[in-house]
Design a protein around this ligand. Structure first.
Ligand SMILES: [Zn+2]
Length: 349
């Protein structure tokens, strides 16, 4: 990053190429080879602004069936006007190309998780070699980053940020994204956000919606978040940081739980993603195929809170998750109730 002067002197360089200030490049970058010996290439768009500023990566589909983020990254890269961009955008819409082609979460090579394989390593497993190629060329040179995900297949999430808020630069980034909900924590070893942050590139994860879909309203909210981050970090000088209306940061000390089924069966979910539920309110019932009254299991909220994640595929074994419920301060609860009664917000989309 160079802050001095009005022109950007920094080319973005990667193994085998460079993108000069004022240029945009669409690259297909080889990170592995298939069984046929053909290259496995990821799409990368580098937008190097004419003016100096930070280098920001936007990445998606580390899990190959999580599609919402792909559209967010593509629209930023190709639909936005970058004439006034300060800095550089590194856009990685599909990182897990083999998983994307198979429409699977994992790399379809022994079901390895690309998002547990960062920062990767030369001479290691296939997943770590791919992660290494992505990390060294396109993540490490950045100043900050946003990695987009969705819920696992069969479930859905409210749009929320996951971030290590104890790191001040990550905290700044997480708040700038302007989601209503931030779940604090450093994240598992091998995830892009944790490894990038540990390598000095503050990074957040954005979770939004469900796999296998483009969910337009969630995509639009995420685009608002990206614009807000670019304003906060000086990439877009004429736009402003967005305030989401209310915000709750969930950390280890807060009430939060995955409610799990204690009976196998078919789930009738009463409340959806983003719902505010009250203590003892019925969230769902679980029935058997005969809907026998005596066997109906009723699941109630153990505390008043917000449904951040919820099951969509309505079948469970005992132990399967039903919903992710997080507690709220009374001030936040009041703000949500106000928002819902005035209809001014879209946090429950
Ligand atoms: Zn994911």
């Amino acid at each position: 990053m160079s802050e001095a002067g009005e022109t950007n002197d920094d080319a973005f360089t990667y193994n085998g190429g460079r993108v000069d200030p004022g240029e945009t490049a669409n690259i297909r970058y080889g990170i592995s080879e298939t069984y046929l010996g053909d290259p496995v290439r990821i799409p990368v768009t580098i937008v190097n602004g004419a003016k100096p500023g930070p280098t920001v990566f936007l990445s998606a589909a580390a899990h190959g069936d999580e599609l919402n983020g792909i559209e967010v990254v593509r629209e930023v890269a190709h639909d936005w006007d970058h004439a006034e961009l300060h800095g550089t955008l590194v856009c990685l819409p599909v990182m897990n190309v083999p998983g994307f082609l198979a429409q699977e979460r994992y790399l379809p090579i022994y079901d390895r998780d690309l998002n547990r394989s960062f920062p990767g390593r030369e001479g290691s497993t296939s997943a770590r070699r791919m992660a290494h190629q992505i990390f060294t060329n396109f993540i490490d040179p950045c100043d900050l980053g946003i990695d987009f995900h969705t819920s696992t297949r069969g479930r859905t999430n409210m749009l929320h940020v996951r971030a290590n808020t104890e790191d001040p630069s990550v905290d700044r980034l997480a708040k700038a994204f302007s989601s209503n909900v931030i779940i604090a924590g450093e994240g598992p070893t091998g995830t892009l956000r944790r490894e990038a942050t540990d390598a000095g590139v503050p990074t957040i994860t954005v979770e939004m919606g469900e796999a296998h879909r483009f969910q337009r309203r969630l995509i639009d909210r995420a685009l608002t978040g990206v614009a807000s981050v670019l304003a906060e970090f000086g990439c877009h000088r004429d736009s402003s940081v967005h305030w989401p209306g209310w915000r709750t940061i969930i950390d280890d000390d807060d009430e939060k739980t995955w409610l799990r089924a204690d009976a196998g069966g078919i789930v009738d979910m009463k409340r959806g993603r983003g719902a505010l539920v009250h203590e003892d309110e019925v969230i769902c019932t679980i029935t058997n195929p005969f809907k026998e009254e005596a066997d109906i299991v009723t699941v109630e909220a153990p505390f008043t809170g917000l449904i951040v994640g919820v099951l969509e595929n309505p079948v469970v074994y005992p132990g399967n998750p039903l919903c992710h419920l997080v507690g709220l301060s009374s001030a936040t609860r009041t703000a949500i109730e106000y928002e819902r009664t005035t209809g001014r917000s879209r946090s429950d989309l």
